[in-house]
Structure formats: structure tokens, C-alpha cells
Design a protein around this ligand. Sequence first.
Ligand SMILES: Nc1ncnc2c1ncn2[C@@H]1O[C@H](COP(=O)(O)OP(=O)(O)OP(=O)(O)O)[C@@H](O)[C@H]1O
Length: 300
Amino acid sequence: MIEIRNCSKAFGEIHAIDHVLMEIGERQIFGLVGTNGAGKSTLLRMAAGVIKPDEGEILVDQEPVYENEKIKQQIFYISDGGYFPQGYTAADLKDFYREYYPDFMTDRYSKLMGQFHLDEKRRISSYSKGMKKQLLVIMGISAGTKYLLCDETFDGLDPVMRQAVKSLFVSEIMNRDFTPVIASHNMRELEDVCDHVGLLHKGGILLSRELEDMKFHIHKIQCVLPDQTKEETLLKELDVLKKEHQGSLLIFTARGTREEILQKVQTQNPIFCEVIPLTLEEIFISETEVAGYEVKNIFW
Ligand SMILES: Nc1ncnc2c1ncn2[C@@H]1O[C@H](COP(=O)(O)OP(=O)(O)OP(=O)(O)O)[C@@H](O)[C@H]1O
């Protein structure tokens, strides 16, 4: 587990991370979302033991990570943009990582390079942006570390590749002790990938929840009701967060389980009723409004 215990980090006058308290549980895909400058990279760099918090501490498997070689060998960190020594081929990079990571899986690396159609003899500088990201993911998985910290790694991957990487993460989690953490400023990139999402804003965590848990308690319904009175009665009975009309169609988002809400809709004899999926953006808007934040103002 990664425990971020009341961590702060400033660069001169800029408070990049401000008293963050958060846990990243094991064997789940954790998404760290936040706008540009929210502090995601700083938090990941601290979790990877690259930089030291000014205040607080980060424990990985109960041990402080900074200057802890044993723990750092269990963390693979993919920085935003990545770093490749000049003139290196993928094979050179593999040799480099194999030296550092004791559990590096060479067979896995060779297999993945084949699956992703990447030529290990080519210089990495000749790879496209997306290919470089794929290569780093391959290295990150092959390194055999317990934790894989990815900074904007999904940015630049096409939707097919994103799904391929997601499947890889899921199969790793099923087969070994593996926890990927993905930082991104793009909620849409994370929503079909993560199990748990933390929302970072101006250096602080606004929210950190299981996606399924969030989805369990908020639902979006569209329905057509026989008359205005029934609509008013229904809306009074529900904890409605948002509603709109499209002609005779009533679309609303409400708190509660799917069953609770549908039961209340059914008592008003709807002509039509269905549950429609909520996006991560919509869930965040609802969740953070309760905490007194207007996430709409944060992201748009
Ligand atoms: N080395 C540094 N020197 C000075 N300021 C820094 C440094 N690193 C980060 N910052 C500042 O800290 C704040 C958080 O930056 P950080 O890179 O962690 O954000 P981010 O959420 O990863 O942003 P982005 O999505 O744009 O990559 C920003 O205001 C940034 O300018």
C-alpha cells in the first residue's frame, strides 16, 4: 500500500502539494485526476521517491520511500514524456532496467514487444510518441515491480491501445501483486480504465473513492411520465441533483441505488423509463458539489 501522510511540497512560493492525506490500496487501478498544475506529477514523484516531501511522509509497504533502494526497486515510475538515454534502442533500455530491477521478466518483455509490434533494435528516438509510451508500459510491466506509477501515460495512446494496456494491467493484477497508478488531467481517459479515482485540485485531494461505489449511489434516469403532477410528486420523493427536459422526456440525476430510484419512478406509472450510464465527469460534479466545490468551475 502507498500511504501519503499529510504531505506538502513547495517550489519557492508555489505550494504544489498541500497537506495531502491519501491511501492507494493494492491490486487496483488507481486514477489520479486533476487539472494542469494540480500537483499530480509532484505527488507521483514523491511516491516514487524521486523527491522528498517538505512535510509529512510517504510510506510504501510501511517504509519511507525516499532514499530507500529496496522499496524503490518495487516501483517503476513513468514520467510525463519519459526519459530515454541518447542513442538507446529498446534492447539497450531493457538491459538498463534489468540491472536495476531484480525481478525483471525478460521473457515477458520479449513477448510484449512482439505483441505490440515494436522493434527492439530500432533507436527509441525514431519511435512515434505513442510507440514510446507503449515501450514504457512494456518496460513498466516487465520490470516486475509491485507498483507502476504512470504520469500522463495514456495521453497519446489511441483508444485501441488504451484498451490493450488496460487489459494488460487487469491481467497483471489477477496474476501477481501489482498496482498501477495513472495520473491524468483527462477524466475521459481514466473512466474506462480505473477502479478507484482520486481528484486532486490546487495541491489538495478533494475526493478519493471507488468508482463502483460512486456509481452505486448516483444514477441518471430518463423517463416519460403521464402528467406534470406525477413528475412533481416523483421529484419531491427523490434526492435530485440535476434535471432537464427534452420535449416530454425528463432526464434527471439522483442519489440512491438503482432499485430505490426505479421503484419510485414505477409508482408514477411511467410511459417509458430507463437508466442511462453516468460519466466520471457527472459523478464528480455531483460528489464534489456536496463537499461545497463546484467541479464545473475546476474543469471547465
Ligand atoms: N521543479 C519545479 N520548480 C518549480 N515549480 C514547480 C516544479 N515542479 C512543479 N512545479 C509547480 O508545482 C505545481 C504543480 O505542478 P505539477 O507538475 O505537479 O502539476 P500537474 O498536476 O502534474 O500538472 P500537468 O497536468 O500540467 O502536468 C505547478 O504550479 C508547477 O508550476
